[in-house]
Every structure is written in C-alpha cells, then in structure tokens.
Design a protein around this ligand. Structure first.
Ligand SMILES: Cc1cc2nc3c(=O)[nH]c(=O)nc-3n(C[C@H](O)[C@H](O)[C@H](O)COP(=O)(O)OP(=O)(O)OC[C@H]3O[C@@H](n4cnc5c(N)ncnc54)[C@H](O)[C@@H]3O)c2cc1C
Length: 572
C-alpha cells in the first residue's frame, strides 16, 4: 500500500453492512476501499471449525433478508449465493408448539390470523410489499411528519387489506394485535418470544407491525424445509464480498481505523491504528467516509469531541445499547439427541437436516406469563437468570444446508446438534460487570443443558463430547467490533425506530459531519437482521447527496420520500 492512498469512498468495517454498501457503491462505478480490523471480513456472519470437519456458526444463522432488493440488484446468484427458496406455509406447516405439558395444537384461527397479519391471505398476497415497506425503505426526511397516511406499512395495509387498517395499528403492542387476530395463548407467546429475540418485543407499544413482521421474516424461510443459504450466513456473506470485489472494491483486512480525518467540517479520510498491518497510514476519501462499525466507537472515538457539538456527543453517549444478546450452544454427542417421551407424538417428532436432528422450535410456549418472567430477567434485572431452567425460554435453529458429499453430512464420530439459543443480558450491562458471563460460564452451560433437557434426552455428561457455547463475552472476545457482545445493538422500540433510530440526527444515515455516513446495525434503521436493508436504504441518501449515480439496475423503494432540495433517488 502506498503511503497516501485515495479512493472515492472509504468504508470502516467489513461486516455485512460495510461490505454490502461497498458492493452497491462499487457497482455504481465508484472506487471503494473497505478497511477491516480483523484478519477476516464477515463481522458477525462467520463460520468456525472447532474440530476438523465440523462447521458451526457462533452467531448469525437465520436468514431474515429474503425480501431484500439486493439479491437482484447485486445479482448475488452470479457470485455463488445459493438457497433453495422453500418458505413455510403457515396454513399447513406448523401444527403444534412445545409447552411444558407436551405439544399443544395451533388452531385454524391462529394460522389464518397470522397469515392475514403477514399479507398472505390477500388477493394477491402482498407479503413481500409489506416486508419491504417496513424494513427496506429509508426513514422519511425530517421535514415530513410521519403519519398514518405516509407510514409505508400503513400504506400497504390500506391498499391491500383496508379492513385491517386502523389508526391503532401504529400504537398497539404486538400482543394487542395478536389478541385481535389470533386465538391460542401458546401461539401468541411463541410469536412474541420470537419477536423479542428478533429485536422488537411483543409487549412494546407502537411497534406491533414491525415486531410481527420480524417474525414473518424469520419464520418464512427458516421453518421452510430447506431454505437456508448454502454455507449458512457466512456463505451468503461470501457472495456479497465477491460482488464487491468483482465490481472493483478494494478490501484490506488487519486494518483497524483509529481516526476519521476531518477538514473544514468535512470527512476527508481515515488514519489507521499503528497496529494495522500497513502501520498508521492515512487513506483519503474524495467523496465520503462510511462508518460501518458501532455508533459509539464511530463518533466518540474516531471523530471525537473536537469536531462535534457537545449536545450531539451526549445524545450518542445516551444511545442505549442495552439490548439482550443470545447465548449460542452447539453439542457434539456420542448418541443422537432424542425427543423426550412427552414430545414423541405428532408429526413434530420428525428429524431434520443431514444429521437427522430432532426439530424443536421454541420452548416453552405455555403463556405470556412465562414470556414476562424471561423478559423481566433480561430487560429488567440484567443479571444471571432467576427464572428456573424449566421456565427459561429458548429456541433451536433449523439445520444448515450441507450437500451429501460434505463431511458435515457424514461426520463419522458422533452427532453435531443444531444450535440452541437463549436470550441473556449483554455483558456490558450485566449488573455484576462485563466479566460476569466469564465468571458464570460453567454455571450457564449447565443451566442451558438443563433447560434444553426439558425437551430432549442426551445432554448428560456421559453423552456430551463437546458443548460449544458462545456467551456475549465470548462473542466480544472473538469479534471486538461487536459492541456489548450483542446482536441487536440498540432497542427496536418506539423511541428508537424509523425516523428516531437511534437518534433523529442519524436517522437517515447522515451525520453532523459532512461526507460522513453511518451504516451499522447499532444505529441504522432497521437495525440488526434484515441484512442488506441498511445499505439499500443508505443508497437512497447517497444518491440524494450526489455521491452515487447507479446504473439502470437501481430502483428505489416505492414508499421512499425524497428530501427537499436534493436529487431524488427515484428514477424520473
Ligand atoms: C449471537 C448472535 C446471533 C445472531 N443471529 C443472527 C441471525 O440469526 N440472523 C441474522 O441475520 N443476524 C444475526 N445476528 C446479527 C448479525 O450478525 C448482525 O446484524 C450483522 O453482523 C451486523 O452487521 P454489521 O456490518 O452492521 O456489523 P458487524 O457484523 O459487527 O461488522 C462490523 C465490522 O466492523 C469491524 N470493525 C469494528 N471496528 C473497526 C475499526 N476500528 N476498524 C476497522 N474495522 C472495524 C468489525 O471487526 C466487524 O467486522 C446475530 C448476531 C449475534 C452476535
């Protein structure tokens, strides 16, 4: 690398948001450099091989991005993205949910109500429009007052399901919405838990629709038979990386950024840390710098108080990154895990995936009382679980897709389980300090096994060869860019959603520094998951600012409102 390199755009962070932004901008003809602190790109979409022939995913596993325009705009199929699209049919596929007394059936009203909320019973169905309107559309400009009439998902309901459209849709909780359309308590509890684990909780006011649609994003592909990307989410990330490289983006790993360089109030480049592989070099940006790393680091450290208004600094400090994180466990066992006796009836007693694992889903779904017990521990007390292992709620991810010739499909020595995940307090906000997850690691592993053993046999010491577990602290240790070890960053409640996420000044990915944008799950709408949403939404803003001029492949969100005095991202 020469001493002073120059690109049109410099992107800090080679995680999914940084890399997808790079792919979009490189495809628009700009010269782009991605600087990644670690030795490998991918951020929290990574694969690990703890023993040869066994691949596990310590964090991201579930595909929430299926409606993203990026699949076709970036032509990911040309770059190796493969996924058998086989979405779940909520009317036929999920028939029962696991409760403490065994499987409880889901009623037809549950299924129809859930399908209706998700636009599946429309004629024609409008699920994709609804999901795109909610997540793949930039927040409206500040001069536009957000109303029932211009909220994108409200527009979609009004057009396709006017009987559902009420002003209260924007005020209610997901439980309120479900109480109106669904029947059984266990179905509502499972959906609220899935929403909570996906970012927008079932009991938060004002986010009923985003919360319910998060679960649609989750369940449609992931409870379908095999619609998991080949190679998991790291495989999906690889396709994006290849798209970026093919279009000319330059990627540099082992390049932690220390400082964003600002001249006359404008971001003009970055300086690497002295520990970077090429040393503390400067890399210049002619058009803009995009911080695709966490919001605190970007503004409090890389920009710093010299260039920012104290009021803005305080607001960034106040952004709560207190969301939960997920404790991920994968088991290597001598004998196959087996459903407990009381779960061996019904068709749910099926085995899934190359390793013929029992498919479990969410447990225990008895009632919202259990949901609130779990929420109180993590969002309230923020310490070690006080809930019993019998009542701790968790979910099991579906199996990953491995072809029959893959060693994972034929692993000769024992069985590799699907991942089990449980929400826990994120380390930075643990009441006993950020090292508490380390201190309690053995205890937590035992707690996890006791909880999962409510549904399966085989997690006893005699049968378990390895218990690979990743606490929030382990996740942070592995990936120092993952602030708080949390997957969701800030909360997805009404205060931090859409035009207020994470604070109004940053809602449209611009910052108070000219030429500095922010594109990370901790700050941008819609946050974690919904991969490719932040880069797609950001593109609208970069077009408005005259930075990106994409070719005919680009199309804007139909619900996007251009900012006054700017270039419209919508084609004439
Ligand atoms: C336990 C867990 C489970 C999850 N499950 C799912 C799931 O099932 N499905 C899903 O879609 N998502 C899941 N996620 C969330 C998903 O992984 C994140 O939403 C996604 O990785 C966010 O992408 P990002 O690019 O915004 O940030 P990150 O992935 O955090 O990437 C940021 C990158 O910036 C780099 N960086 C940081 N600081 C610097 C610096 N100073 N200089 C240079 N580089 C820097 C980091 O090393 C990192 O590579 C999960 C996350 C966790 C932790």
């Amino acid at each position: 690398m020469s001493k002073d390199e120059r690109f049109d755009v410099v992107i800090i962070g080679g995680g999914p948001n940084g890399m997808t932004t790079a792919a979009y901008l490189a495809k628009s003809g700009l010269s782009v450099c991605v600087l990644e602190e670690r030795t490998e790109c991918g951020g929290a979409c990574e694969t690990q091989e703890p023993i040869p022939g066994v691949r596990i995913y310590p964090h991201a596993m579930l595909m929430y991005a299926s409606p993203a325009p990026g699949f076709e705009q970036l032509e990911l199929h040309k770059y190796g993205f493969r996924m058998e699209w086989d979405p779940a049919d909520p009317l036929t596929e999920v028939t029962a949910l696991a409760c403490t007394d065994g499987w409880r059936l889901i009623s037809d009203s549950d299924k129809l109500g859930w399908a209706k909320i998700g636009g599946m019973t429309g004629a024609p169905p409008f699920t994709r429009d609804l999901l795109r309107a909610t997540f793949w559309c930039p927040p409206h400009p500040p001069e536009v007052e957000v109303s029932d009439e211009n909220t994108p998902y409200m527009q979609v309901y009004k057009q396709h399901a006017p009987d559902m459209w009420t002003h209260e849709l924007r005020e209610m909780t997901m439980f309120d919405l479900m109480d109106e359309y669904l029947e059984t308590e266990h179905f509502k509890t499972a959906m609220a838990f899935s929403a909570w684990a996906s970012g927008a909780a079932g009991h938060w006011e004002g986010v009923a629709v985003p919360a319910a649609l998060c679960v649609h994003l989750l369940t449609l592909p992931n409870t379908g038979h095999r619609s998991i990307p080949r190679g998991g989410l790291h495989g999906y990330f690889h396709a994006i990386l290849r798209a970026a490289v093919h279009n000319g983006a330059v990627l540099r790993t082992s390049c932690p950024v220390d400082e964003i360089l600002i001249k006359d109030g404008r971001a003009v480049g970055v300086r690497l840390k002295e520990t970077a592989a090429p040393g503390g070099r400067t890399i210049r940006a002619s058009k803009c710098v995009i911080a695709a790393c966490d919001v605190h680091q970007a503004f409090l450290k890389m920009v710093g108080p010299r260039h920012l208004d104290p009021g803005f600094i305080q607001k960034v400090k106040d952004i709560s990154l207190k969301n939960q994180t997920l404790y991920v466990s994968v088991f290597h066992t001598k004998e196959q895990l087996r459903m407990k006796e009381r779960f061996r009836n019904l068709e749910q007693d099926k085995v899934v995936g190359p390793n013929r694992q029992p498919g479990l889903g969410v447990y225990p779904c008895d009632s919202r009382k259990l949901y609130y017990e779990n929420v109180a521990d993590i969002d309230g007390r923020k310490g070690q679980p006080t809930v019993s292992p019998e009542h701790a709620m968790w979910f099991q991810t579906p199996p990953q897709s491995f072809d029959p010739t893959d060693c994972q499909s034929n692993y000769p020595r024992g069985y590799i389980s699907n991942a089990f995940e449980m929400a826990v307090a994120s380390p930075d906000y643990h009441v006993e300090g950020e090292d508490a997850p380390d201190k309690y690691k053995d205890e937590m592993d035992a707690f996890m096994r006791a909880s999962y053993s409510q549904m399966v046999d085989g997690l006893d010491d005699a049968n378990v060869i390895h218990h690979w577990s990743a606490s929030g602290r382990d996740v942070e240790f592995r990936n120092t860019g993952l602030i708080g070890g949390t997957w969701a960053g800030s909360r997805h409640d009404e205060d931090q959603l859409w035009t207020k996420r994470p604070i109004p000044e940053l809602a449209r990915y611009r910052s108070p520094i000219e030429g500095l944008y922010h594109a990370h799950q901790t700050s941008g709408h819609p946050g974690a998951l919904c991969l490719m949403a932040i880069p797609y939404n950001l593109m609208h803003i970069l077009i408005e600012d005259g930075i990106a001029e994409p070719g005919p492949w680009w199309y804007a969100s139909p619900w996007y409102i251009p900012q006054q005095g700017k270039i419209s991202a919508r084609r004439p």
